[in-house]
Design a protein around this ligand. Structure first.
Ligand code: ATP
Length: 925
């Protein structure tokens, strides 16, 4: 490449003068003569890009690639089909700064740039090297201004003038980029004395790409317009009309070339450079209906620059695992000189806060407030943009049924930095990456189309704004050459960027901070003949852009999040990292709190369950207690009624007397009692009767008690034989009572055990209950009750034993009586037979058994029975169940009295004092 001839450069060649009116050809003015003359004085022999086509006689066609010294007019355009002349376009594509990675794959642009079988950038060494570089030929021409000045008037420019035009000193650079040599091939014989400018050219070329795309004709239109000739291989457009001339650009896309091809050649490299940290701007410019939106957005089957760029962005991210990226996107439109946020939720224009353009040293010019959405996938990004597209204003115009009525700007901010090696101790501590964050911006702009004045008022208003902003843009681009060489933005401040929102927004890009790709769209069909002026204007705009825009795009510096101020606030990646860490911490602590809460809830639930269980138990115990009280009362009554039976009934007492007598000869009476006691005790723990069944038994008991009561009454009135039956029944009843008590005691024991266990488990869980003391008190109470019951049982046992003993004594006495009666009978005695074995023939009344007993034995038995009863009564008095009156009477102590050991005494069935009872029993013996 370096061996290729270098083009001549003039560092400060004459600049273009005033431009014709772009949107309104009729009002266009010629460029000032002074500007024209200044260009005419240029020493350059290169032809201007928009120079009129030279006459064939003056410049015979030559395909020779070795004719380096040939003027452009003779070398170019004349042989549009010459294959070797199409190479420069590929060179200019490659002119974008190369990626720093040596292993980066070559741009597809290079491979697709030669659709007609041409080589890729390798063909730079083509013999066409004598031609001016693609797209820059026009800018180098000193005749540009002449042509532009004549553009509106349709005059042609003599070829001789073109040859004398100064070379364009276009200066586009990307610091840190490697490409430039590819664009230096074409000015071979003009290198003398231009080494410095060549060097500069090497540094600066390639940052601005200007392409022209020809839209296919609409159906029904004649296929070709003879006035135009398109040579996409050479990036050449030839106009054979009145203002005929050849136009060279970085790319010329014919009607058959698709969006993918356009993207590859015009935008792909720029997009990838943006990913590496450069700012980049792509915009489509052209008359209405010529395919700007089609090129930028495309269709579902043929995606345009925006969707293809998005795909590429994410491909780049995938291919660059050592860096992490954060993308945010905004989408605005400039409609009637007002900025609208296309992503804002409130679609109503009125409700939107006015969006203003601001400027600062770091961000350049930016719109605020503007919604930015963070995107993480191509689909998400495309969806966001589709939403913005939907909100964009369109309307029908003469040339386009769905014409964009606004300039639409998609901005994708790319933040990236070196990925932190995972697990680094420092990273874990600080959460910060060692490197800074690089921020770059890709602006993808679909301008509204320039158009003639419309009939419709609304369209007219819109058109006026559109045309004004485009005119401002054209003016600025025309005047950019005035600032050429002044790299700082401030030095170009006199340019009227503020005359329109569009130019203000494009200011950073036009001032050299950005890589720029301009896609100009034209339509050359026969129907467009009337618009040839418009088409020419577009081409001239493209030429001026290529010629004048100077790019000194630099890779963005890495900023550190901790820097504070705007730089810090912009570096969202860093902020988000810190935020994510903070959120993670919050999440962890919240999870902990949540877990604790759940644990507490669980404990509370358990506690509540325990409480419920406890309450249930308490209720059951309460019921059991009530039942027990009733039972005790019943048993008390039973005891007393048994006693009264023994005391008040003559027969019964006689029987007792006999019993006591018999007990003296029945040493097994005690063992009987003890065996009963043992059986009672043996019942403990074996009973599985539940309190309910106990209660049911208890409730069934009442009639039985009544029945027993009746029997008692019978006993009191009965004779000796009746007394025996009554004693038997009493024994049965007492046994039943004993069984019940055993069961009940077993139940109470069980409850007590359960209560102790649950109390113990609660204690072990560390749960303190306020009613623990209550429970313990109740347990104690229950224990006491059980003890009392045991005592009562003992009483019962003793009573039972006494009664059994009495019954046995009675039976024995009866037996003795019967034997004696039989003896008497045998002797013909006068004694009457006994009741159990009555002598049918005896009318003599049977003597009482006691009368027949030995008086000593009788007294002994009675004493024993009396002693037992005295003991029982004494026990009960001591235990508080009975109260002894002042005159020896005995009463059952009321419950309250028993509890508190005070209260009124309730008279028992027999109010006689125990001694009286016992003494009364004696006369009956
Ligand atoms: N290269 C192309 N191939 C096929 N169809 C195209 C091409 N360019 C444009 N069109 C069609 O032409 C019509 C107008 O195109 P588009 O809307 O893109 O023009 P525009 O320049 O954006 O117009 P305006 O400035 O009014 O918005 C559309 O129907 C579009 O599909």
């Amino acid at each position: 490449m370096s061996t290729l001839p270098q083009p001549p450069r003039t560092a400060a060649g004459p600049q273009m003068g005033a431009l014709p009116q772009l949107p309104a050809p009729k009002s266009r003015k010629s460029l000032p003569a002074s500007a024209e003359s200044s260009r005419a004085a240029s020493p350059s022999k290169l032809r201007t890009p928009s120079s009129p086509r030279p006459t064939p006689s003056k410049s015979p066609l030559s395909n020779s690639t070795t004719n380096i010294s040939a003027t452009i007019s003779t070398s170019a355009a004349r042989v549009p089909s010459s294959p070797d002349k199409s190479l420069r376009r590929t060179i200019s594509i490659a002119a974008f700064p190369q990626p720093p990675r040596p292993g980066s794959r070559p741009s597809t642009a290079s491979s697709t740039a030669a659709p007609h079988g041409l080589q890729s950038s390798g063909s730079v060494k083509s013999k066409r090297g004598s031609r001016p570089s693609v797209g820059t030929a026009s800018q180098r021409s000193s005749k540009t201004h002449s042509l532009l000045s004549m553009g509106g008037e349709g005059k042609s420019i003599p070829h001789a003038e073109l040859e004398g035009s100064p070379s364009q000193s276009r200066s586009s650079s990307a610091e840190g980029s490697y490409s430039t040599s590819a664009t230096t091939f074409d000015e071979g014989d003009e290198t003398a004395g231009t080494s410095r400018s060549n060097a500069r050219s090497k540094e600066t070329k390639g940052n601005v790409i200007v392409s022209v795309r020809v839209r296919p004709n609409v159906s029904g239109e004649s296929s070709a317009n003879p006035e135009w000739m398109v040579d996409s291989r050479r990036g050449l457009l030839v106009y054979n009309g009145k203002e005929g001339g050849d136009y060279y650009y970085d790319n010329v896309f014919s009607a058959i070339e698709n969006n993918a091809r356009v993207y590859d050649s015009a935008a792909k490299r720029l997009v990838r450079r943006v990913m590496e940290g450069y700012h980049g701007t792509v915009f489509a410019y052209g008359m209405t209906g010529t395919g700007k939106t089609f090129s930028m957005q495309g269709t579902a089957t043929s995606p345009g620059v925006i969707p293809l760029a998005i795909t590429d962005i994410f491909s780049f991210i995938r291919e660059t695992p050592h860096r992490e990226f954060l993308l945010r996107v905004s989408y605005l439109e400039i409609y009637n000189e007002k900025i609208h946020d296309l992503l804002s939720a409130s679609s109503a224009v009125a409700s939107q806060e006015e969006i203003k353009l601001r400027e600062d040293s770091k961000r350049g010019v930016y719109a605020t407030p503007l919604k930015e959405e963070i995107v993480q996938s191509p689909t998400q990004l495309l969806r966001v943009i589709a939403r913005g597209d939907h909100a964009r204003r369109t309307g029908s115009t003469q040339f386009n049924a769905r014409s964009s009525r606004s300039h639409a700007v998609v901005q994708i901010v790319v933040e990236s930095r070196e990925r932190v090696p995972t697990g680094t101790a420092q990273d874990r501590r600080s959460g910060l990456a060692p490197g800074g964050v690089r921020v770059s911006t890709l602006s993808l702009i679909d301008l509204a189309g320039s158009e003639r004045a419309a009939d419709d008022k609304e369209r007219r208003t819109e058109g006026a704004h559109i045309n004004k902003s485009l005119l401002t843009l054209g003016n600025i681009i025309s005047r950019l050459s005035e600032t050429k060489g002044n790299t700082s933005q401030s030095e170009g401040k006199h340019l009227p960027f503020r005359d329109s929102k569009l130019t203000r927004l494009l200011q950073p890009a036009l001032s050299g901070n950005s890589l720029v790709s301009i896609l100009c769209t034209v339509q050359l069909g026969s129907m467009m003949n009337a618009n040839s002026g418009e088409t020419l204007n577009t081409l001239k705009f493209a030429a001026r852009a290529k010629n004048n825009i100077v790019s000194h795009a630099k890779r963005a510096e890495e900023a550190f999040g901790g820097g504070g101020g705007d730089a810090g606030s912009r570096v969202l990646l860093e902020r988000y990292r810190v935020e994510i860490q903070a959120l993670r911490g919050q999440l962890e602590s919240q999870t902990k709190v949540q877990a604790e809460k759940e644990l507490k809830l669980e404990e509370q639930k358990l506690e509540q369950e325990a409480q419920e269980r406890h309450e249930e138990q308490m209720l059951e115990m309460q019921l059991a207690r009530t039942a027990l009280k009733e039972r005790i009362e019943h048993l008390n009554r039973l005891i007393l009624s048994s006693k009264s039976t023994g005391v008040n009934t003559q027969g019964a007492m006689s029987a007792l007397g006999r019993l006591s007598r018999l007990s003296s000869i029945d040493p097994g009476s005690r063992s009987l009692r003890s065996s009963v006691s043992q059986s009672t005790l043996g019942g403990y723990g074996h009973s599985s009767i539940r309190p309910v069944s106990f209660l049911s038994v208890n409730s069934q008991e009442f009639p039985m008690n009544l029945h027993l009561g009746n029997e008692d009454e019978e006993d009191t009135m009965g004779e000796f034989a009746d007394g025996k039956a009554s004693a038997q029944r009493q024994i049965t009843a007492l046994q039943a009572d004993l069984t019940d008590k055993n069961r009940y005691i077993a139940t109470l024991e069980r409850r007590l055990l359960q209560a102790r266990r649950s109390s113990h488990s609660r204690m072990s869980m560390g749960i303190k209950h306020s009613d623990d003391s209550d429970l313990i008190a109740q347990l104690r109470e229950k224990d006491m009750e059980i003890n009392e019951l045991r005592l009562q049982l003992d009483d019962k046992d003793r009573m039972l034993t006494a009664l059994r003993s009495a019954a046995r004594h009675r039976d024995l006495a009866q037996l003795t009586l019967d034997t004696q009666s039989a003896g008497t009978k045998d002797k013909g005695a006068t004694s009457s037979p006994g009741r159990e074995s009555p002598a049918p023939d005896s009318g003599v009344k049977r003597p009482t058994p006691s009368a027949e007993l030995d008086p000593g034995t009788k007294r002994k038995s009675m004493d024993e029975v009396s002693r037992i009863l005295d003991e029982m009564i004494q026990d009960r008095v001591e235990s508080g169940h009975l109260i002894k009156g002042s005159r020896g009477s005995v009463r059952v102590a009321p419950e309250s009295r028993r509890a508190s050991d005070s209260g009124p005494a309730i008279p028992v069935q027999s109010s006689r004092p125990a001694s009286t009872v016992l003494s009364n029993s004696r006369p009956g013996v």
